[in-house]
Design a binder for this molecule. Structure first.
Ligand SMILES: [Zn+2]
Length: 207
């Protein structure tokens, strides 16, 4: 008898696999882990709510994608066709359609060399390696962006979850979300899609 204690590695794997049907997205991780402790009915309810929210979001204006679609609020604006030509299909889905890459799919998650992370859409420098940390989520995470590099918007694409969406200040490309559960000194966790970033390592003086 007695409940099985939480075994983090298994739960992590469970999450990554999306085994209970909840999409393994950065912003869902905390909620997911909470739900996974609940009964099947709760999990199903949560999954259905998330699905309904996703479907609803597709047909409602005012989603965090709004500023991107409007285009006029940003310094760099391009037609949808132009973006498609310039970006890989994966980059396009994340940057222009607010998709989320699969956890652990980006090599930048484990990139810890000194250097700068740029926007994959317009090359604006966004983060430095000095603020990068291993969040264990499978997505590149930082505790602060470079000054003036990003913009944020309220994201209500999930019915019961209001999140803060993060995008490139210059081109509006969707990067990820920011959560208040990061490390010191800011306590923030910028959970980024690696495919939305390009990494430029610092050139060492010794070559
Ligand atoms: Zn950009």
């Amino acid at each position: 008898m007695g409940p099985a204690g939480p075994r983090l590695p298994d739960r992590e794997q469970h999450f990554v696999n999306g085994a209970c049907g909840l999409a393994p997205r950065p912003h869902m991780r905390v909620v997911h882990q909470r739900r996974c402790k609940m009964n099947r009915r709760t999990i199903m309810t949560g999954a259905l709510a998330a699905l309904a929210a996703t479907v609803t979001a597709r047909f409602l204006p005012g989603r965090a994608a709004g500023p991107n679609k409007a285009g006029s609020a940003f310094e760099i604006t391009r037609s949808d066709e132009d973006w498609r030509k310039r970006l890989t299909p994966e980059q396009y889905r994340v940057l222009r359609e607010h998709d989320t890459e699969r956890a652990g799919s980006s090599p930048l998650d484990k990139e810890y060399r000194p250097g700068i992370y740029h926007c994959a859409g317009c090359d604006l420098p966004l983060f430095t390696s000095e603020t990068k940390f291993d969040s264990g989520t499978g997505w590149p995470s930082f505790w602060a962006p470079l000054d003036g590099a990003i913009g944020t918007a309220e994201d209500r694409s999930y019915l019961f979850l209001i999140r803060t969406e993060v995008h490139c200040r210059r081109c509006g490309g969707h990067l990820g979300h920011v959560f208040p559960d990061g490390p010191k000194p800011t306590g923030l966790r910028y959970c980024m899609n690696g495919v939305a970033l390009t990494f430029k390592p610092k050139i060492s003086a010794t070559g």
